[in-house]
Design a protein around this ligand. Structure first.
Ligand code: SMO
Length: 768
């Protein structure tokens, strides 16, 4: 299908690639301004305490200290740090500095000084009088009768049931699940519990603030959501948005954790108060416990089917640990159902019930996969269990039940992100092909159930199938502006936020395609709230689909203007003209160069700036699909797991840039394999994180990656820009259920608590 395109569908080099690989100073941390103050944050030593007093006098007296901030001298407005659309679906339960701390590491004070060393030193001389409260360190403790109330403040809003520590709740109910399960030929039940994990962007959160010539606040920050930063910081600091400019440079990874406004308020306030530039960079330890995590969840699934394997009922119950604040709690746990249940759309009875629960632990937030990761593990495990009970091949059971092109699911309408969703019919769906190709490459037919042994190693294969979305329908808006320059090049101005995915490149490819120019003729400027048009930002797998559609529309408008000018130059009919190779070409073969079109419109006759802005809001969110397969070998003497081969086949519609799309799947799988096998934030009995460094919190390096094959199954999504859907998140959901199912196939134990470490597998083997 890519043959019909000249630029789209080709693995062009990233437009920012050369700057990145040659180490140009392109990140927020590279900005060094004269007189810049460095900020350090004092985190709470208690998981739950009231603050009686903070004595900052010694710190303030230190040479080099410019400002000390505490609850006593900062704005008291309640807000959410979740960088979502307006009005935000997350509760307003956070203050810059509160009189109560709710997890170890929660903000108590901040110091701005002439160097980071002085700021750190000043922190040590701050004296805090805590009144310790009983900490609530698990969802069970939080839900038990008489549990301490974590959010007892009176000025919070949007909390579902603060008295019972419930941040958010979602319910959906179609048919009668209990009856269907009671009457069914076969039913199974499985509960899986996913752990605390962090995104670990190699570049931690970092922001720089300064005042421009007109004393406007400029925030130069590593964010996925520049426009939400501007809106939310304006509210927190009590400034009109017009007094703030947010610039997003290159980002060293986001994965969702930078869809959060965590430090821009501090640099902003320090700079407003002192007039000096300021800078805050989280340490790796702070990045772990004081930024955001994946929401741990306990998710129970019950499934029922008839004798032929047609699924009759799905019951999913999710308990989400949102930690001390409710950032993204409702929307993430909504997605636990909404991005998984439509997969088995033929079930007439479906129930989803979910709660977001406060605890005195680090705070959950957006994390690639966004709830689907936590839900699909028990769902895809239960599917395997159901297949076993029915005596069916697990692949076949999935094949007869999964959603297909032209079909819908009542869940699309019942469950949105923290509210009702929208009805939609699946357009493109390459899942059947993904399953077929994946099964063939992994050797499913020969290997499943074969339990091949080599010494102590026993082999097994597992699979799982996945869907996600492409943006939040009827919510997410993106705009793009394109203007033509006198050499026939174009500026593409977009609020869309490349967080390392390559989205600047693929959006430029779309513009180049429409305008009939090579990629080098499209100059991308992304994410400066003073310059680029609005975009909600990079989250919810929206950029290719939502921002891409805006880019295509803007490019089409610009093309019409070019055609208009070229018509006057060539004196032909509009239908006779097309743009290609940097020219407007008539049917009779005559042509004009785009640079001549631009020169005429800028300097010649009927002068005007060729340019246009276009916006896009989707009314659907077409799911990408993915089939995931793994072969594992388990050493039955030690529990050691080796991934022998990993195969994933994905349908993202048209891959706008195949190499970047494959890279997204590979990266997401690596991310997911880390979560499945090694990553876990561990806490002591006081709620203190025990492993806040990369020595003790392991993520896979490239050298840890197993043999892996990623296949893109090309479909064409009619609603998408040039047939495209999303690709960046879906892969992360796959490794936990795929590997859990492969472990069972090899050694017959059902893993319930990732990460599936050697110890856990060994224990499970010993107890089986
Ligand atoms: S987890 Mo992404 O920032 O929707």
């Amino acid at each position: 299908m890519a043959e019909r395109f000249n630029v789209v569908g080709h693995s062009e080099q990233r437009v920012d690639g050369k700057a990145l690989i040659t180490g140009k100073p392109v990140f927020a941390g590279d900005l060094d301004l004269p007189g810049m103050l460095h900020i350090a944050v004092l985190g709470s030593q208690h998981a739950h305490a009231r603050i009686d007093a903070v004595d900052t006098r010694k710190a303030e007296a230190l040479e080099g200290v410019a400002l000390v901030l505490t609850h006593a001298n900062t704005p008291t407005v309640r807000y959410t740090t979740a960088g979502q659309g307006h009005p935000e679906p997350s509760p307003y339960d956070t203050r810059m500095f509160d009189e109560k701390v709710r997890f170890i590491g929660d903000r108590v004070a901040a110091v701005a000084a002439t160097s980071r060393e002085i700021a750190d030193k000043a922190l040590e001389s701050i004296e805090v009088d805590y009144v310790p409260l009983e900490p609530v360190l698990s969802i069970d403790a939080a839900m038990s009768p008489g549990a301490p109330v974590i959010h007892d403040e009176l000025d919070a809003s949007g909390i579902w049931d603060a008295e019972h520590n419930i941040a958010g709740a979602v319910e959906a109910n179609i048919g009668n699940v209990d009856e269907a399960i009671a009457d069914a030929f076969a039913s199974v039940e499985f509960t899986g519990e996913t752990q605390y994990a962090q995104h670990v962007p190699l570049e931690p959160h970092i922001s720089v603030a300064y005042l421009d010539d007109n004393a406007r606040l400029v925030l130069y920050t590593s964010t996925q959501v520049p426009f939400h930063v501007r809106r939310i910081i304006a509210r927190v600091l009590g400034l009109p948005a017009s007094r703030i400019r947010v610039i997003k440079p290159r980002i060293g990874g986001g994965f969702g954790v930078k869809q959060e406004i965590l430090i821009e308020d501090l640099v902003g306030l320090v700079t407003l108060r002192t007039g000096m530039p300021s800078r805050l960079e989280y340490t790796r330890a702070e990045e772990f416990y004081a930024s955001r995590t994946r929401h741990p969840m306990r998710v129970g699934v019950r499934l029922a089917a008839d004798e032929a394997g047609h699924i009759q009922a799905i019951d999913m119950n999710a308990l989400e640990n949102t930690g001390a604040y409710g950032a993204h709690n409702l929307t993430v746990v909504s997605n636990t159902g909404s991005k998984t249940l439509p997969m088995y759309n033929k079930a007439p009875n479906v129930r989803f019930s979910a709660r977001g629960i406060y605890t005195n632990l680090p705070v959950g937030g957006a994390y690639r996969g966004y709830g689907a990761t936590q839900g699909v593990f028990p769902l895809e495990t239960a599917i395997d269990m159901l297949a076993e009970k029915l005596g069916m091949d697990a692949l076949e059971l999935r094949r007869i039940n999964h959603i297909r092109s032209g079909e819908t699911s009542p869940i699309f309408e019942e469950l949105g992100e923290g509210r009702k969703g929208v009805p939609q019919t699946v357009g493109s769906c390459g899942l059947d092909q993904c399953i077929e190709i994946g099964a063939e490459r992994i050797g499913w037919a020969e290997k499943r159930g074969a339990r091949r042994r080599e010494g102590p190693w026993v082999h097994g294969v597992g699979m799982s199938i996945h869907m996600q979305g492409s943006g939040i329908p009827a919510v997410d808006m993106a705009a793009a502006t394109i203007k033509m320059n006198d050499d026939g090049s174009f500026n593409l101005l977009i609020g869309a936020t490349d967080l390392g995915t390559g989205s600047d490149t693929i959006l430029a490819q779309m513009a180049a395609e429409v305008l009939g120019v090579p990629l080098s003729k499209v100059l991308v400027l992304s994410s400066d709230t003073d310059v680029t048009p609005f975009d909600v930002g990079a989250y919810a797998s929206s950029t290719t689909y939502v921002s891409g559609s805006a880019v295509v529309r803007a490019a089409e408008r610009v093309r019409s203007q070019i055609v208009e000018v070229a018509l006057a130059m060539l004196k032909v009919d509009a239908d006779d003209l097309h743009l290609a190779d940097g020219r407007a070409i008539a049917k009779d073969g005559r042509s004009v160069m785009l640079s001549d079109v631009a020169l005429r419109s800028l300097y010649g006759v009927d002068q005007f700036q060729i340019g246009a802005t276009a916006s896009f809001v989707a009314d659907v969110s077409p799911p990408p699909f993915l089939a995931s397969f793994a072969e594992v070998a388990i050493d039955v003497e030690t529990g050691k797991l080796r991934i022998v081969n990993y195969v994933a086949a994905a349908d993202c519609g048209t891959p706008i840039n195949p190499r970047l799309a494959e890279g997204q799947v590979e990266g997401a799988l690596a991310n997911g394999i880390g979560y499945a096998l090694m990553e876990e934030m561990r806490f002591d009995r006081y709620g203190r994180m025990r492993n806040p460094d990369l020595g003790r919190y392991k993520i896979p390096a490239t050298t840890d990656m197993p043999p892996m094959e990623v296949i893109l199954v090309e479909t064409y999504e009619d609603t998408g820009p040039m047939g495209a859907k999303s690709i960046a998140e879906i892969g992360i959901n796959a490794p936990i259920p795929t590997l859990a199912n492969a472990i069972y196939d090899a050694v017959g134990v059902r893993m319930t608590h990732p990460p599936f470490t050697s110890e856990k597998i060994w224990h499970a083997l010993s107890n089986s």
